[in-house]
Design a protein. Structure first.
Length: 216
């Protein structure tokens, strides 16, 4: 999802109170920044932020940080936030490739990946947000019991992700190839892309994964 040439988007982001500025400086200090002991959940590639906002509304006891690569997309989320500001929602404009420069080990409790870009060419596999390279980054920043929760309608990307989970030694809590006709649907919060694909009749795949616990 790339909205090109949204005029002044960088300036809007620079001025917006919900966007965390100089966030690298918060690495290892997020608990001090928020000062309320609430856990941090991330959505990487949050697009216009529909899912994140609904989650923040439902769970005021959690800080949600939406990460988006493109300013032109992020400004759309900021416009929505102006309609209903929520104190537990925050945004970072960054490429998730650099996520370990922003969060220290154990600072993040959950990571949501929703309808991530598929990068269909094999030579781009490491750019997929569920590649072993990205799982290694999540491994660095998650709490020991932390989880990654991934939804997509792209069966090729999902099958690739299942292989990467195994290759990286992560554990599947559960997975389904058809979330909306499964026992896991209860409590599901739909993303913007999910709404479109469900309307078209595409099955939605979902997995929840965690790392193998190292024995104490
Ligand atoms: N999650 C939303 C949903 O389900 O409706 C949007 C899905 S859209 C297909 C994927 C989004 O991820 C785009 O907004 C894209 O700019 C963003 N994105 C892709 N790669 C990213 C990366 N490496 N870091 C941050 N954002 C990324």
């Amino acid at each position: 999802m790339r909205l090109r040439n949204v005029k002044g988007s960088r300036e809007q982001i620079a001025e917006n109170e919900f966007v965390i500025k100089n966030a690298e400086q918060n690495k290892g200090k997020w608990a001090e920044v928020f000062q309320d002991g609430r856990p941090i959940h991330l959505e990487i590639g949050m697009g216009k932020g529909k899912f994140l906002m609904e989650m923040a509304r439902l769970h005021p006891d959690i800080h949600y940080i939406g990460i988006e690569k493109y300013s032109s997309v992020l400004v759309r989320a900021l416009e929505k936030m102006e309609e209903e500001p929520l104190s537990n929602i925050h945004f970072l404009r960054m490429d998730a490739e650099y996520i370990t420069e922003y969060f220290a080990p154990g600072e993040v409790e959950e990571i949501y990946l929703n309808f991530s870009d598929p990068w269909p060419k094999e030579r781009h596999a490491k750019r997929r947000l569920t590649s072993r390279q990205f799982l290694a980054r999540y491994d660095e920043i998650l709490k020991p019991e932390g989880r990654v929760i991934f939804k997509t309608d792209n069966r090729g990307l999902f099958d690739f992700s299942l292989e990467e989970v195994q290759e990286a030694g992560w554990i599947l809590d559960y997975h389904t190839f058809d979330l909306h006709h499964s026992e896991y649907l209860e409590g599901n919060v739909m993303t913007e892309y999910e709404e479109k694909f469900v309307q078209k009749g595409n099955p939605i795949c979902k997995m929840v994964i965690h790392r193998q616990k190292t024995p104490e």
